[in-house]
Design a protein around this ligand. Structure first.
Ligand SMILES: [Zn+2]
Length: 390
């Protein structure tokens, strides 16, 4: 059985050990050591990386309670020197201790129980038994957690004694106290845990909740702690600064500036729609004038979207008599044919001309529509349809 050196001191970075077993995990060489500083993926915390005798440790897994160090290539030595990736480890120590503090804060401030956690590579999550925590309550939880951090309370890990089971701070009472490792934040939180933590809460620096998701009557909160919290704030600050520069406004005036921008945009869209309607009315009137002398009216309208063509076609067949062949060139070439002639079936003609615009479409006997990709083919398609119908 491997002695877990990180249990007694989570700040050790290097160690010497003996290889007691070799094997293979997922097609890669792996070793078991008599003792290790490498934390295996377990209890919601990710594994450590690092090196053993200059060979990369890519994963550390727990299999039937045995810690396997998965390696880049085999290590031939029996007596080895190992070194963990301290930046990664310390980051997880900050996230993990941050999680304990948050769980304590949910309990102290709202009497809400924590169900589980996951400390991911980028973001961590905490699931709590409630789906009705409002924004003010959440802010209170976050504020309180950060207060505990700045009070720099000692964090201590120890093996449980029988009397610890009666401690009112104990968040989750295990079935038996033997071989249970407890992690205590002084006078605040006590929880069975096998993970790695910082020595004092102050080393967590900051904890920030970033988002939430409701899951079957409970809520999952996404959070970051320590250096990750700083990086997240820097990222968001950079985004905000860029937006402020683009809108030439200060951070505090940003919500009002965006609101104004959205309102202006809404008005522009409305004005544009009115303008388009006026244009369409003019086209309808031209088509109906032409319809007085000709039974087939053909019109190619530049840069009109298919719903615009459809509106025009619907209006002209309500007010005119005959067949209207409408097309539009531009980014989204399209064709709409409509007729009042009850003896006519527009569909076969439409299917014959659609390939000219590399298009697809269909419709009823008297109303067909389709869009394509070849704008240059629109005039030819219209003329061919006129020829076939004429
Ligand atoms: Zn823990």
């Amino acid at each position: 059985m491997t002695e877990r050196l990180y249990y007694t001191d989570s700040y050790l970075k290097e160690f010497n050990a003996k290889v007691i077993q070799t094997g293979e995990i997922e097609g890669r060489p792996a070793v078991v050591l008599d003792k290790t500083l490498f934390y295996p993926e377990s209890g919601g915390q990710m594994f450590d990386t690092g090196i053993i005798e200059n060979v990369s440790v890519c994963r550390v897994v727990l299999k039937e309670n045995v810690i396997w160090h998965v390696l880049d290539k085999p290590v031939s030595k029996k007596d080895i020197h190992g070194q963990i990736n301290w930046v990664r480890r310390f980051d997880f120590m900050q996230q993990h201790t941050g999680f304990h503090i948050l769980a304590g804060s949910f309990l102290h401030q709202l009497e809400v129980e924590t169900l589980s956690s996951h400390l991911g590579e980028e973001y961590s999550t905490i699931d709590v038994r409630s789906d009705r925590i409002d924004a003010a309550q959440l802010k209170d939880v976050e504020d309180h957690a950060n207060k505990i951090i700045w009070e720099n309370r000692p964090v201590r890990a120890f093996w449980a004694e029988k009397e610890d089971m009666d401690n009112p701070l104990l968040r989750k009472v295990p079935d038996e106290f033997e071989k249970v490792r407890l992690v205590e934040i002084e006078n605040y939180d006590l929880d069975p845990c096998g993970g790695t933590h910082v020595r004092n809460t102050g080393e967590v620096g900051l904890v920030k909740i970033l988002g939430s998701e409701k899951i079957r009557g409970n809520t999952r909160y996404v959070f970051v702690a320590g250096n990750r919290a700083l990086r997240e704030m820097q990222k968001q600050y950079n985004i905000l600064t860029t937006l402020c520069q683009q809108l030439t406004t200060g951070v505090d005036d940003m919500p009002a500036a965006v609101k104004k921008l959205l309102e202006e945009n809404k008005n522009y869209i409305k004005a544009l729609q009115n303008f388009e309607k006026l244009g369409e009315e003019k086209i309808v009137s031209e088509l109906l004038t032409e319809n007085k002398t000709s039974k087939i009216v053909v019109k190619n309208i530049e840069d009109k979207k298919i719903d615009g063509l459809r509106r025009i076609a619907s209006t002209v067949i309500k007010n005119g008599h005959g067949t209207f062949l409408l097309g539009s060139t531009g980014e989204t070439p399209c064709l709409v044919f409509a007729t009042t002639d009850e003896k006519l079936d527009l569909r076969p003609v439409f299917q014959q001309v659609l390939p000219l615009i590399d298009g697809r479409g269909g419709g009823s006997v008297s109303f067909v529509q389709g869009g394509g990709t070849n704008s240059a083919g629109v005039p030819e398609a219209l003329e061919k349809a006129r020829g076939l119908l004429g």
